[in-house]
Design a protein around this ligand. Structure first.
Ligand code: GAL
Length: 708
């Protein structure tokens, strides 16, 4: 039975909006006495919500069918009395020892055929009917008991689906895969065609012969791999849906599960349709200069997965993690600043892993809101300060971020790319992140768009490395350009169609109306290699010159072209963009403008960057992977054509508008002076009338005033 429910109920107890603040709370790791102290500290910190019982299955069901909820009752009651909301987990991410002992088939099997055991977490075969039955039973018992409890404002199903184990290769999974394939392909001939099994004698006579792509002597079949990726994402989703359905029998409270940025194995765009609020776990490397950029990228992605609806940051850390080789701390102010940055980009909750730092177990040295040194820790004042800041921002809840620039992402293309034995390396999300970074550095919030998104209305759409492209999406991009959008496409795009078949007659030809190009061949520079020959003695080989002896691809900007003029405006001396990784041979239609040519080796003189007007918009193509200067120049060119005007800000400062609030975030190490700022700084309660100084690593949030 499905009952109506509303995400509003997570954030509006008594009609008052709350920008939630809190953490994973794991009282099962602690003696009972700590509860009172924890609650006092939570109140001091301004905590409004905690995620409870995420890894508590062994405590809640110590033996098959014996449930012990008494402790959880006490915890939930105490939190409720303190006015702290509960995001109640279904506790199914780490099954107890007895389940795997009684039913070894619930444990996952690796590609090499090794069955993984108990003693860590996520030791789950997603296709196991036994696991699904037991996990749904626990979810159901929890929902029955707590589903109408006023403290429970959100259901947290399992935890980070696919983290650690995204695929299982056991016999149960193989049988489920065959059923999935029978649904997808009406006949075995269709499967043979889609997988190209005429190659290497891989043909199947019936679905019964098909297995999972387990360890093979050489390359596995790319079609089988891509389908197994889709299947594995669907199987994890089925686990989530089984628990969700069990909860819905007893509870109207919103239901979610936590995502992990752009985690490749799980198609979050598909999943986002099934969660009542999108939530994310995010841990940028604190010592990276790109941490703020990373926080912006994942936040833009999360907002976009829900088509612009606010998301919850379900996990981040106050300082260091324990799982990198070196676990650096966040610098003072960064926890607060990047939390406010997430709010600016659409977060309605800032939650951490975890509330109290563990004293035993694998995460003993992971930072928390309450660290081993307790209130004396230098992070505690920042924890309390952020609680105050978020309380001051409660009116932000529910408001939207407007973006003129969009970045196209498609999980299905990523599945194909990861499965294809491609012309070059699969760099995962590197190109998406790089192009998002270019827009971020220029001051744009970015919407991530997907093949099923509405593309109308964006001034600029960037399409980085869309390896597998459907005719429908190509048409939608072309239509957007006709209606006035500037579309930037980068190599390698449109190499396969959406069934995984290589395009004949020129890659990317489905975009030829938009771009006026077709790709005849891919070329890759050889990359930097150690010296292989000694010219004093290797008298033949020393005279052979391999193309492209470095990773770089030389580019020559056409003098006087629009690109050349744009580069002049960027800096003096004018930057000289470089490419890398890809260099393609392009065939051009007559009306295509060449902005730059390749300058190295056999491709010297061939077009590298092109532009073609298309209706009221236009299409830019980059036949190589551009460096930061090249990307910035193409974006500026598109921006000028699209009549966009980003804000002028001092270095290090990001400005994001959300609803009626302007978030001014100084990520830099120097104080920043801004002029022309007007409004009430809701973090300090002071009025700003023009001049504003932002200390290093700090933020101001200005609210428009009625009479201003
Ligand atoms: C997440 C996970 C948490 C915790 C955290 C540590 O992936 O959901 O349970 O392990 O990482 O950074």
């Amino acid at each position: 039975m499905t009952r109506p429910h509303s995400i509003l109920s997570t954030s509006t107890p008594g009609g008052v909006p709350v920008l939630h603040y809190g953490a994973d709370y794991n009282p099962e790791q602690w003696p009972d006495e700590i509860l009172a102290e924890d609650i006092a500290l939570m109140r001091e910190a301004g905590v409004t919500m905690v995620s409870v019982a995420i890894f508590a299955w062994a405590e809640l069901e110590p033996r098959d069918g014996e449930f012990t909820f008494e402790r959880l009752d006490t915890v939930i009651e105490a939190l409720h009395e303190a006015g702290i909301a509960v995001d109640l987990a279904t506790a199914t991410a780490s099954p107890p020892a007895w389940l795997g002992l009684a039913y070894p088939e619930t444990l996952p099997v690796t590609r090499e055929g090794v069955r993984l055991g108990h003693g860590s977490r996520q030791h789950i075969c997603p296709s196991s009917p036994v696991f699904r039955r037991y996990s749904a039973r626990l979810a159901s018992r929890l929902a029955e008991r707590y589903g109408t409890h006023p403290a429970v404002r959100l259901w947290h199903v399992s935890n980070e689906y696919g983290n650690h184990v995204a695929r299982c290769y056991c016999e149960t999974s193989a049988a489920a895969f065959r059923d999935w394939l029978r649904e997808r392909y009406a006949t075995i001939e269709e499967l043979n065609e889609a997988w190209g099994t005429a190659f290497w004698s891989q043909r199947y006579d019936s679905f019964d012969e098909v297995g999972v792509p387990a360890a093979t002597p050489s390359f596995p079949n790319p079609g089988q791999e891509a389908d197994f990726s889709r299947f594995s994402s669907d199987e994890l989703l089925a686990c989530y849906l089984a628990e969700k359905e069990a909860i819905r029998e007893h509870s109207n409270v919103p239901i979610t599960t936590n995502f992990m940025a752009d985690f490749p194995p799980v198609n979050y765009r598909e999943w986002a349709r099934h969660v009542d609020v999108v939530t994310d776990d995010s841990y940028p490397e604190p010592v990276s200069q790109l941490a703020a950029r990373e926080a912006a990228y994942v936040s833009d992605l999360m907002r976009s997965l829900g088509d612009g609806r606010p998301f919850y940051l379900m996990e981040q850390t106050t300082s260091a993690v324990q799982w990198r080789e070196r676990n650096s701390r966040k610098r003072p102010g960064v926890f607060t600043l990047q939390s406010l940055q997430r709010v600016a980009h659409g977060a309605d909750a800032i939650m951490q892993f975890q509330w109290r730092q563990s004293v035993r177990g694998a995460e003993t040295f992971h930072s928390a809101m309450v660290s081993h040194s307790g209130r004396e820790s230098t992070i505690w004042p920042e924890v309390v300060g952020l609680g105050h800041d978020l309380a001051a921002l409660s009116d932000v809840v529910g408001s939207r971020v407007h973006a003129d620039v969009a970045l196209l992402m498609d999980w299905d293309s990523r599945f194909h790319r990861a499965s294809a034995i491609g012309p070059g390396p699969d760099r995962g999300d590197a190109a998406l992140r790089a192009w998002h970074g270019t827009a971020f550095e220029r001051g744009y919030p970015v919407d991530v768009v997907f093949p099923d998104s509405d593309l109308r209305g964006y001034r600029v759409i960037i399409v980085p490395e869309l390896f597998a492209l459907s005719a429908d999406l190509a048409a939608a991009l072309t239509d957007a350009a006709h209606a006035g959008t500037q579309v930037i496409v980068t190599a390698p795009t449109g190499v396969l169609d959406d069934t995984g078949r290589a395009i004949e007659g020129g890659y990317a030809s489905m975009l030829s109306d938009l771009l006026g190009i077709r790709v005849l061949e891919h070329r890759l520079p050889a990359g930097a290699r150690p010296r292989e020959v000694d010219p004093r003695v290797d008298t033949i080989s020393a005279h052979i010159h391999p193309a492209g002896a470095t990773d770089e691809v030389g580019i020559e900007v056409v003098p006087g072209s629009a690109l050349d003029r744009t580069l002049e405006r960027i800096a003096h001396p004018k930057p000289a963009p470089r490419g890398s990784l890809w260099a393609e041979e392009l065939a051009l239609e007559d009306d295509v403008e060449v902005l730059a040519t390749f300058s190295d080796d056999d491709l010297a003189g061939w077009p590298a960057l092109t532009y073609r007007p298309c209706g009221a918009g236009g299409g830019t193509y980059a036949a190589t992977d551009l460096d930061a200067a090249g990307r910035a120049a193409l974006l500026r060119l598109a921006e000028a054509r699209a009549r966009l005007c980003p804000p002028e800000l001092p270095g290090g400062v990001e400005s994001v508008r959300r609803g009626e609030f302007t978030f001014l975030l100084n990520h830099g190490e120097r104080a920043a002076e801004l002029s022309g700022q007007v409004g009430l700084n809701v973090l300090t309660g002071t009025r700003v009338t023009g001049h504003l100084v932002l200390p290093p690593r700090s933020a101001a949030v200005l609210r428009e005033e009625e009479d201003a």
